[in-house]
Design a protein around this ligand. Sequence first.
Ligand code: CA
Length: 80
Amino acid sequence: MTTCFPDVWIGLLLNQDDDSFYWVEHGQPLVWSNWFTDKPNNAHYSEDVGVIMEPGNDGRWDDKPFVGQGEYYPLCEHDL
Ligand SMILES: [Ca+2]
């Protein structure tokens, strides 16, 4: 059985004012990153969320378009 996993939103959003990414939870700027080669690339000038790419990409990141709620699975933190 093959299971497909989509890209996962990690809480990164693009700041439209300066084209930098920030963490949505606290509004902090991105300091460390794990972008895939040549990413973020803002393809078609519409990619404003940061995701962990689907398996097979070593957990690297890409920027993708925000096309509507539910398009990406979110990665969440939970106290145990
Ligand atoms: Ca991209």
